[in-house]
Design a protein around this ligand. Structure first.
Ligand code: ADP
Ligand code: MG
Length: 618
């Protein structure tokens, strides 16, 4: 087959342009990326060879070699791992398959400083080689294949792929260094970079220079070393490798479980959100090893989806090395490890929440919405999870814990109240909260989509029922208002509202389910509420948005504030000016819709009525 020229996927070209042109401050990380890939490739072959020993072609000692060549001004990073065939070279090095890439690229602005920070967070893996190399060649032979391939590119839009007769099994990445990058030919410099970034790599990283071979890393699996022998930076670099991430770990959990089952867990909570956090697949990303041999990075059973933000390694002593996919799904060992891991992670999060509440809020902002999925998926851990939750509150300026909410509950207050809605000021000033505010009752303000679902599954926190403020205003009667004078206002004779409510219902017809007097309003004349058991207005809107705007709108209950001046006046006009009352009913319903964040079904009618009313008033 003749050499073939191909174009990079458009996204790759864009990424490469930014990588090459940005003044990336620590270019040396390219070496970490190449060694990380080489180590992954060896892990994968070691695992594949468990069932297909012939892939090893008579055995090998897995290793990564670094060979600087001062004459040719090349640095070669070679491994004897799984290798790549022609299609894999094209796919892996010519496209970006990783999910979230599109979202990432959309954020790139062309403003070099900002982009570098973003790239640092996203990582460019293999492409970082082009920061120091004007041309990169990759010579690879896939384990089990007879022929090898050569991929080569100057990173400017195209690459060439060709057959390569002279290829050892595995992958060789040859960097033709740019002018001024000679430091990467210096053995001392290379040794320093490997010590800094790749010491944790479990296989030998061997420097081949001046006719000598020398292993320049510790070459033992980091998680098997005692905690006291591991520096924070080593944990960090291992996290970068295992997570393909570039931020700092927010929390590191490293422990050995002994007893009925034995395993080592080295888990990290990232300090920023991974790009695929809300992918529908909800895949988890912790690697499974068996006695240090890498098995898979997709062992779904090992952690529940609501902990999918975790990265790291779990190394089992008890599973067989040739553990199959089916076994992974049904193995009691996996189930036990999972129970142990969940327990440990939740306990460590709790400790952090207690000891460093401010820092904990950073975690909560990133991953709270994911953790809350556990509230309806993990019945056994529900109480622990509820203790880890933080919620915005109508009375506090920082997210609050339920325990603190309960401590602040008013005398006579029977339940924990929450209100769902779109994030922002509108939720905090919702008319639904007026009655609660008047009684000094705190309401949790929930704005994650998941908040529409979990309260239905969690009926109580420490025997305090959890109720929607939009549905339970009636309970407020039992609570003493902080200021008794506020209460005395009610003594003022309330007008008979029945004729007005009936007139409103007649005017609005099927647009409302019911019109009734409100106990929750103190300032606003009207508001919309959902009937008991009915989908909330917010959830209905979320679902509509999800379907691109299509979908029914349920007729809601219109609540009317008997104490409001406007309502009192209208009550006196039901007989005398029925058209005005009808007009006011339409305007007030539209107002209530707007306050809920709903769009108006008839904006033209709204405008006409408003203008007519203003005209009379001016
Ligand atoms: P990532 O490592 O995060 O997947 P990279 O850009 O570093 O992203 O690498 C892209 C892909 O190229 C890898 O996922 C792997 O499939 C392949 N690859 C890179 N280097 C090697 C190697 N030395 N041996 C085998 N495959 C490799
Ligand atoms: Mg990589």
């Amino acid at each position: 087959m003749a050499a073939e020229k191909r174009n990079f996927q458009a996204e790759v070209s864009k990424l490469l342009e930014i990588v090459v042109n940005s003044l990336y401050s620590n270019k040396e990380i390219f070496l970490r990326e190449l060694i990380s890939n080489a180590s992954d490739a060896c892990d994968r072959l070691r695992y594949a060879a468990l069932t297909e020993p012939h892939l090893l072609e008579g055995g090998r000692e897995f290793r990564v070699t670094l060979s600087p060549d001062k004459e040719a001004r090349t640095l070669t990073v070679a491994d004897n791992g799984i290798g790549m065939n022609r299609d894999e070279l094209i796919e892996n090095l010519g496209t970006i398959a990783r999910s979230g890439t599109a979202a990432f690229l959309a954020q790139l602005s062309g403003d070099a400083r900002k982009d570098v920070a973003l790239i640092g967070q996203f990582g460019v893996g293999f492409y970082s080689a082009f920061m120091v190399a004007e041309r990169v060649e990759v010579i690879a032979r896939k384990a089990g294949d007879a022929n090898g391939w050569r991929w080569s590119s100057d990173g400017k839009g195209e690459f060439v792929i060709d057959e390569e007769a002279d290829s050892a099994p595995g992958t060789r990445v040859i960097l033709h260094l740019r002018a001024g990058e000679d430091e990467y030919l210096d053995p001392i410099r290379l040794r320093g970079i490997v010590k800094t970034y790749s010491d944790h790599i479990a296989l030998p990283v061997v420097l081949v220079a001046d006719g000598k071979e020398e292993t320049i890393n510790a070459a033992s699996a980091l998680w098997t070393r005692p905690k006291s022998a591991i520096a924070p930076d080593q944990y960090k670099e291992f996290y970068h490798h295992v997570a393909h991430a570039f931020d700092d770990p927010w929390l590191t959990i490293h422990y050995q479980a002994e007893g009925a089952i034995e395993y080592t867990g080295l888990l990290f909570v990232p300090s920023s959100r991974p790009f695929d956090l809300f992918d529908p697949g909800r895949r988890q990303h912790v690697r499974l090893c068996v006695r240090r041999v890498f098995i898979t990075d997709a062992a779904e059973g090992i952690l529940p989806p609501y902990l999918r933000f975790l990265r790291g390694v779990v190394d089992s002593q008890d599973l067989p090395l040739n553990v199959s996919r089916e076994l992974l799904q049904t193995s009691p060992v996996i189930a036990k490890m999972r129970a142990g891991l969940v327990k440990r992670v939740l306990a460590d999060l709790k400790r952090k929440a207690d000891d460093a509440p401010e820092e904990y809020l950073r975690f909560w902002t990133n991953f709270g919405a994911v953790l809350k999925e556990g509230l309806y998926e993990d019945f056994e851990r529900r109480d622990e999870l509820l203790d880890l939750c933080r919620f915005d509150s109508s009375s506090q300026d920082k997210p609050v814990a339920l325990a603190d909410y309960v401590a602040r509950m008013k005398e006579g207050q029977a339940a924990i109240y929450y209100l769902t809605g779109d994030e922002g000021a509108a939720l905090k000033s919702s008319p639904q909260l007026e009655g609660f505010a008047a009684k000094g009752v705190e309401v949790l303000l929930l704005s994650d989509p998941i908040d529409e679902f979990w309260p239905a599954a969690v009926d109580a926190y420490k025997d305090k029922p959890i109720r929607s403020a939009a549905q339970s205003a009636g309970d407020l009667a039992a609570i003493q208002a902080p200021d008794a004078a506020a209460e005395s206002g009610e003594a003022e004779a309330a007008p008979d509202l029945a004729p007005l409510l009936a007139a409103f219902k007649t005017a609005l017809g099927e647009q409302v389910r019911e019109v009734r007097a409100s106990e929750r309003l103190t300032e606003s004349p009207v508001c919309l509420v959902a009937a008991d058991g009915e989908m909330s207005i917010h959830l209905e809107r979320l679902l509509r948005q999800h379907r691109g705007g299509a979908g029914e709108r349920t007729a809601r209950i219109l609540e009317v504030n008997p104490k409001h001046k406007l309502i009192r006046r209208l009550a006196g006009q039901v007989e005398g000016a029925p058209e005005r009352v009808a007009e006011a009913a339409h305007l007030l319903l539209d107002q209530a819709r707007l306050v809920e964040g709903e769009s108006l079904p008839d904006p033209i009618g709204f405008g006409r009525r408003l203008a007519a009313m203003l005209e009379r008033g001016v």
